[in-house]
Structures are given as structure tokens and as C-alpha cells.
Design a protein around this ligand. Structure first.
Ligand code: HEC
Length: 162
């Protein structure tokens, strides 16, 4: 787990730099292997007029989650982790915005503390997924991914969907 965390920290720096470069030169794409996920999430995020860190994080998360499903189906656990670096980068921004009270949830905004709790638990469970992928434990990876999906639905039904 320590290895995963420090790997992630190293990656956050690389992904952050890459994304900043991508923002400035969106046609310039000779960057690192973090580029595919970053460049897909980035344009959508920067086009929005009102900053919405939760949405930006979700776009990245959605991509990482779909990649996770493919990685399980194709038995390629080594491909799980990379797009999640992007998610973690956005999570940092979401947390900073939350501290400043800048987040407005589509539904139940007055229950923000509950949202934060769900989010924390979600990211904790995500660590478990990355650890299972790291160990190439497909059985655990699959079970944890089912659980994670339930958490997507739970949070959306409370804080997003009408
Ligand atoms: C802790 C709460 C929470 C969890 C967990 C969560 N989401 Fe979300 N998600 C939201 C909220 C809130 C929005 C609405 C953001 C907005 O429109 O302001 C959202 C929006 C989205 C969107 C729409 C983005 C857009 O462009 O409008 C997608 C796609 C998405 N989530 C995917 C996922 C997936 C996939 C998972 C699980 C792997 C997940 N979410 C887990 C809270 C959550």
C-alpha cells in the first residue's frame, strides 16, 4: 500500500504537469503515458464556464471506471491504475473547493457532510481496488468493483439524480 501511495504521489506530479501543458497547448501531444486520460477529461472541464470540480472529477472517474471494467474483462489488471491518477488529481481540486464552500450539489446540497463521508469511503474503497489490481488478484478485484459500482449508484441517487 505504501508503494501504491508513493507511486501515486509521484504520478500526481507528472499528471499535473502534463495536464497543465495540455491546457496550454491542446494540440501538442508528445507528452507522457498519462496523456490519454488527461487529454480526454481536460477539454470538457475547461470549456465549462462555471467551474464544477465535482463534475470534472466525475468525468475522469467515469473514464477510469470503464477502463477498470475492460481491464477485468480482458484480464489485464496492470491496466487498472493509470487513469485513476487523473481522478486523484481532480479529487484534490474538489477538496480544495469544498473547503472554500464552492461546491453546489445538484441535489441535497444541505447534506454536504454526508456527501463528503460517502466520497471519503468511496476513495478508500478505490485504494482497495488498486491494491487488488497491483496483486493481480482478479477475484478480489471483481468483487470490489461490484461494490464500487453500488457506491456510484448510491451517491448519485442521493446527490445527483432527480
Ligand atoms: C460521493 C458521491 C459520488 C460518487 C461515489 C460517484 N459520483 Fe458520479 N456524480 C456525483 C455528483 C454529485 C454528480 C453531479 C455533478 C454535477 O453535475 O454537479 C456526479 C456526476 C457524474 C457523471 C456525470 C458527469 C457529467 O458530465 O455531467 C458521471 C458520468 C458520473 N458521475 C460517474 C460516476 C461513476 C462511474 C461513479 C463510480 C465509479 C461515480 N460517478 C461515483 C457524485 C458521485
Amino acid at each position: 500500500m505504501k508503494k501504491v501511495v508513493s507511486l501515486m504521489a509521484a504520478f500526481l506530479i507528472v499528471a499535473g504537469t502534463t495536464a497543465m501543458a495540455a491546457e496550454k497547448h491542446s494540440h501538442d501531444s508528445h507528452d507522457s503515458h498519462a496523456a490519454p486520460a488527461a487529454s480526454k477529461a481536460q477539454p470538457k472541464a475547461s470549456k465549462d464556464k462555471t467551474p464544477n470540480p465535482v463534475k470534472d472529477e466525475m468525468v475522469a472517474l467515469n473514464e477510469a471506471f470503464k477502463n477498470l471494467l475492460d481491464a477485468i474483462l480482458l484480464n489485464e489488471p496492470e491496466k487498472v491504475e493509470l487513469p485513476f491518477h487523473n481522478v486523484h488529481r481532480y479529487k484534490e481540486k474538489t477538496m480544495a473547493a469544498a473547503k472554500k464552500g464552492e461546491i453546489k450539489l445538484p441535489k441535497n446540497n444541505d447534506k454536504f457532510a454526508e456527501f463528503e463521508k460517502l466520497d471519503e469511503k468511496f476513495h478508500h474503497d478505490l485504494e482497495g481496488i488498486l491494491a487488488a489490481a497491483d496483486k493481480k488478484d482478479m477475484k478480489a478485484l471483481t468483487a470490489k468493483t461490484h461494490k464500487l459500482f453500488d457506491a456510484c449508484v448510491e451517491c448519485h441517487s442521493k446527490f445527483r439524480n432527480k
